[in-house]
Ligand binder design. Structure first.
Ligand SMILES: [Zn+2]
Length: 313
């Protein structure tokens, strides 16, 4: 049984939960930062920083895929400024129309650049759950980003025009991308992309590498979705954070280990009668040296895991 965290948290709690991982950072980047990960797949690595005025929230891995007839954007960037740089990078590479803008999930570091593509009139593609979660959080995310970047550079959430319930395909001409809407995992609206032409999986934030993951959906759900994704016939994956390409499925090993430790040690803390504060200070501490930004996110992850697991039978 997978349920959205929003069904268990108050709106205020959900907003606060979302607030802590939406805005990690990268220094100001240009079109030259995009490189071809696989034939026709161009990506930019986001740095592991918090959002600053200088980095313009360009902190997630974002990019585009080129077919014979069209281009698909796979996450439009962390701000309007970031989205405009991505669009400029596309135009330096191809003049084919941008027909799809895939929004992998609701976190603003991935999607607030979407307004930069409205003039292209693409299909804005997202998980069926995305509109509901965006409605709960968009205003909070936007105001928070406007404080750091200024109103004119912050961008906004854009309503999807194409929703994915389960699976969908988008055809770029001689290149069909398969989209999968996942059950609650990293968030309650994770959408992954698979390019069979090159055997490349684009799981967005279902895959964190080097940077500690943030949990905003379901811990048990994330482990289940990861297990299923590992069976995909992909030779490489493009994480939402970290290097722009890792081998697959071995590239998921560290994340799977961290999530498994988080699950096991949170259950043990609950069984020992610890409260959340005690669990936060003890759970998954053995992972500390293995991840960037560990101290910024592990406590939040333990809190999320504790709330999910404390009533399980
Ligand atoms: Zn995310």
């Amino acid at each position: 049984m997978h349920s959205s965290p929003l069904t268990r948290l108050t709106r205020r709690q959900a907003l606060l939960a979302g607030a802590s991982f939406c805005c990690l950072g990268a220094s100001a980047q240009s079109a030259a930062d995009f490189h071809e990960v696989a034939p026709g797949i161009h990506f930019r690595r986001g740095a592991d920083e918090d959002v600053t005025k200088q980095n313009a929230d360009a902190i997630a891995n974002i990019g585009f895929i080129i077919g014979h007839n069209a281009v698909a954007v796979i996450d439009p960037g962390g701000s309007l400024a970031d989205g405009e740089r991505l669009r400029a990078a596309i135009r330096q590479t191809t003049q084919l129309p941008i027909k799809y803008v895939v929004m992998s999930h609701v976190h603003p570091d991935h999607i607030f650049g979407a307004p930069a593509f409205q003039k292209d009139q693409p299909q804005f593609v997202a998980h069926a759950q995305f509109p509901r979660t965006l409605a709960l959080r968009e205003q909070f995310y936007r105001k928070r980003l406007e404080v750091t970047l200024g109103k004119e550079r912050a961008g906004a959430g854009v309503a999807p025009t194409m929703l994915v319930q389960d699976h969908a395909e988008i055809d770029l001409g001689g290149r069909v991308l398969t989209l999968e809407a996942h059950k609650a995992a990293h968030t309650d609206c994770d959408l992954s992309v698979f390019d069979s032409t090159t055997g490349t999986l684009l799981p967005a934030d279902l895959l964190f590498v080097e940077r500690v993951p943030s949990l905003d959906g379901s811990l048990r759900g994330w482990l289940a979705e990861l297990k299923a994704l590992k069976t995909r016939p992909a030779r490489r994956a493009i994480p939402g954070h970290g290097p722009t390409s890792v081998d697959w499925p071995s590239g998921a090993d560290n994340l799977e280990r961290y999530l498994s430790v988080l699950l096991r040690e949170t259950r043990e803390a609950i069984a020992q009668g610890k409260d959340i504060e005690a669990a936060v200070s003890s759970v998954a501490q053995g992972e500390r040296s293995r991840w960037k930004l560990f101290d910024d996110y592990n406590g939040h992850n333990v809190t999320q895991a504790f709330k999910e697991l404390e009533w399980e039978q």
